[in-house]
Design a binder for this molecule. Sequence first.
Ligand code: BGC
Length: 515
Amino acid sequence: MHITAKDLAALIPSGFTLGVATAAFQIEGALEEDGRGPAGWDVFASKPGAIVEDHSPAISCDHYHRMPQDVALMKQLGVDSYRFSLSWPRIQPTGSGAVNRAGLAFYDRLLDELLASGISPMITLYHWDTPKALDDIGGWMNRDTAYRLGEFAAIAADVFGDRVARWATINEPATVTTNGYTLGLHSPGEALMLNAFPTVHHQLLGHGLAVQALRAAGVPGEIGMTNVYSPMVPNSINPLDRISAGLMDLAQNRLYADPVLIGKYPDLIRAAKFFSSFDHPDEDMEIISQPLDFYGLNYYMPTKVAVGPGQGAVPASMAEAMGSDLSAMGNGGTPFHVETWPEADITSYGWPVKPEYMRVALKEMAERYPNLPPVIITEGGASFEDIIVRDKSTNTKFIPDERRLKYLSDHMEAALRATAPGGEAETVDLRGYYVWSLMDNFEWSAGYNQPFGLLHVDFETLERTPKASYFWFQELLEERNLVAAAATAVAQAASPELAVTEENDDDVTTLGATA
Ligand code: BGC
């Protein structure tokens, strides 16, 4: 069982954002339309065997053509905010220089449509679709890519700055490095193992340069970035398992969070041999660790780690879902591996469902980073195979995705309780939760086989059908609005002058119901 929507709504603090998230490459399709340049992902996805069952991102959810319908579905859902990413090659086809006006126009229309629907826009500048022209000269192995992202941020700030409530510079650099450059499971398909380190630093530098560009443009929206966080849990009390979990924590969590939040790489990483092959100017760390308005955390699951050769951060089940066999990497990989949680419910990806570790994640963040800015869960969700139930008499479809709904409810509850007064992470100023994802989409190398959506997408007809989780989220939003309205009424009764405060529905910074 899970908490009722009404009881969950009662835990939501004033001003907390409830949103949904997507990424351009996963939903837009229209890869060759209106002047979009090729992305490295276009090339990677077209290689036989790179994507499970060779699924193609060419059409995907066809959001590029169906955007107004998708915004209408969000309006009907009642969300406060929509987090989406800009397709870099749609706006800047070669990743530098000339801008494609038709590409800008698409996001112009999207922003206007969102604002007209009362939905606050949150933009991710970089969600993995590097322009091919940049990949051709090394992608994130090349320091210049960081400067190109800074330039791209300036373009976006100039055109969209007045309408965006939140900016995330980059999404999950850890996944780009691990899957894209260390193991070759994602674009650009490089398996450089430890030699991939420069891609960490260059992405973080790109983040810092993007922050500088947004600040220089004076955008009114909040600025932050998004890292994935997975608590690392030793498989046993064996000291070698503990050390393994510690190393994985360094490599997957702290390597990306420490530079941003405390301005330095973890000591052990700095001491590691491979680090000596890579140097960077000291000033970079200042650029990377500029103060942020929020810190975005993607939380999906904890990771159990055991000593013994493996392929590092990717669970075997996930590699399998991507159609890859990483076992061949065995001894060439890491001296530790990801273990399964036999007792846990698992998603279609084989990810353990462990909402209690959401609390652990927030607690660890609070302990590690005393100056942590306000936190937003920028992604959370689960892929489960969906069943479509048809009612022939009414010719309607119903998708009873109870497990996804429970996943979302349990994780939101855990996050809200942990950060409430008296909770184990009470010092964390939690400002929102964005469900991954608005709709089923192109799940990178796992193609269309891992549905995360509140909306089911039929990839043949492109029809969208709300799942039970969509109706649950809608109910949660309605209940939350009732709680907020009641609190406002109480506050107004106590001090009548509040009744004349301005309505600010058009304000880009209106991100949640306030009391
Ligand atoms: C990414 C999304 C992805 C989701 C589920 C996150 O790592 O930001 O693009 O679809 O997880 O795998």
